[in-house]
Design a binder for this molecule. Structure first.
Ligand code: MG
Length: 176
C-alpha cells in the first residue's frame, strides 16, 4: 500500500479561495444574516484544488490511500472529514486514517514530519508515500515531499510531480 499524507489548508484550499468565500459570506450577510453567521469560511475548501487532488487519485493505482495530516483532524471527526471531502468530489473511500498529534515537551507541537514518522512506524506495510503540504516542517521526509503554496493551493504542477512519485500511469498528460 502507498499513502498520500494530506494537509487541507494550503493544499485543498488557498488564500485565493478564502477571498472568494469571504466575499460570498459578505454577500450572504446582506440578504440572509442568519445564514451568513452560520457560514464558516474556514470550513471551506476550493473546488479547483479538490478537483486537482481527485485527478491524482484517478491516475495512480487504487492501492494508493489517504492519511489525513491536517490540523482539521483534531477539530472534526473522521466521518465529518470524509463527508467534507466527498462534498467537494474527492473519493473519501480512499481515506484510511489520520496521523497522531505529537508534542515535544509539554505544549510545543512536534514538526509534522515527526507525526508522519510515528504513523509510518506503526504501518510497516506502507511501501511508498508522498506528503502534500504547504508548510515545510517535514524533517527526514524531504525526498517524499511535494510542497504546495498557501497562495494557490494544489496546482497541476504539484499534481504532475505527485503522480510521477507514486508511479501513476498518466504523468501529467492533462487534456487541455
Ligand atoms: Mg497547511
Amino acid at each position: 500500500v502507498k499513502v498520500i499524507f494530506l494537509d487541507f489548508d494550503g493544499v485543498l484550499n488557498s488564500s485565493a479561495s478564502f477571498i472568494l468565500e469571504s466575499n460570498r459570506r459578505r454577500k450572504l450577510m446582506e440578504t440572509d444574516k442568519a445564514a451568513g453567521m452560520l457560514f464558516r469560511v474556514n470550513q471551506t475548501l476550493c473546488h479547483v484544488c479538490c478537483s486537482n487532488f481527485q485527478y491524482i487519485l484517478d491516475h495512480v493505482p487504487s492501492d494508493v490511500k489517504i492519511v489525513i495530516s491536517s490540523t482539521w483532524r483534531e477539530i472534526y471527526d473522521m466521518d465529518w472529514l470524509k463527508a467534507k471531502l466527498q462534498s467537494y468530489g474527492i473519493d473519501s473511500s480512499r481515506v484510511i486514517d489520520k496521523t497522531p498529534a505529537c508534542f515535544v515537551g509539554g505544549f510545543t507541537r512536534a514538526p509534522r514530519g515527526q507525526e508522519i514518522s510515528e504513523w509510518l512506524e506503526e504501518h510497516p506495510e506502507v511501501t511508498d508515500y508522498v506528503i502534500l503540504d504547504d508548510n515545510s516542517d517535514m524533517t527526514v521526509h524531504m525526498d517524499k515531499f511535494v510542497q504546495t503554496s498557501w497562495l494557490t493551493g494544489l496546482t497541476l504542477y504539484n499534481v504532475e510531480k505527485t503522480i510521477d512519485m507514486l508511479g501513476g500511469e498518466d504523468k501529467g498528460g492533462f487534456p487541455f
